[in-house]
Write a new protein. Structure first.
Length: 202
């Protein structure tokens, strides 16, 4: 496996957040999780440094390697699950779910780069936003939304035409999904039915 396609996902934060800091945001700088183009090596190093500073010693409870040029992470608010989304190349990605003990529960390969992931309060649903990269023009396009259940079953998959999906959120109870393209906010129910949108096409 090419070294640039490997990243250590240190998810000791699952338990450490509860016992030390109380929130995800204080342990992981947002730019590490959300910034596009962050190198795997830099992301891994800075994540490890953040964890070490929090407890004054290298103290991950577990770690896992995932393939990809970058990693998107989300933790269920009840601290039971960690979801990791990756991307490499111009149109390949994957989403993986781990429990709080670090055991991999499932992985699904996608035909999109994962640009955002979200998970409901108890991990009942996992939402994924993906897009493809236009290498020649260096922009994202052909967005797609995915919703999986806790067992990795695909509940629905919707495409947005040529527009990229840039972010996705899911409600606490997993009943609604909201996504952001470069033009609109899109709102769906758990069954994938389109409910409303906001924004004016450019």
């Amino acid at each position: 496996m090419n070294e640039r396609h490997r990243a250590l996902v240190f998810v000791a934060i699952v338990v450490m957040i509860v016992s030390i800091l109380g929130t995800v945001s204080t342990l992981i700088p947002p730019q590490l999780v959300r910034a596009s183009g962050t190198s795997v090596t830099k992301t891994t190093t800075q994540l490890a440094a953040s964890i070490s500073r929090a407890c004054n010693t290298p103290c991950p409870l577990w770690s896992r390697e995932v393939e990809g040029d970058f990693v998107r992470l989300a933790i269920s608010p009840d601290n039971s699950y960690v979801v990791a989304g990756t991307g490499h190349g111009s149109r390949n990605g994957a989403v993986s779910l781990f429990n709080r003990q670090g055991q991999p529960l499932w992985r699904r390969d996608l035909d999109r780069l994962v640009v955002s992931v979200a998970i409901s309060y108890n991990g009942s649903v996992v939402a994924v936003a993906g897009s493809q990269r236009n290498v020649a023009a260096a922009f994202l396009q052909n967005g797609s939304l995915y919703l999986f259940d806790r067992r990795g079953n695909l509940l629905w998959n919707l495409t947005t035409g040529g527009f990229p999906v840039l972010d996705v959120k899911v409600s606490t109870d997993g009943s609604t999904v909201v996504a952001i393209t470069n033009q609109k906010i899109l709102y769906f129910d758990k069954q994938g039915n389109f409910l409303w949108s906001y924004g004016t096409p450019t």
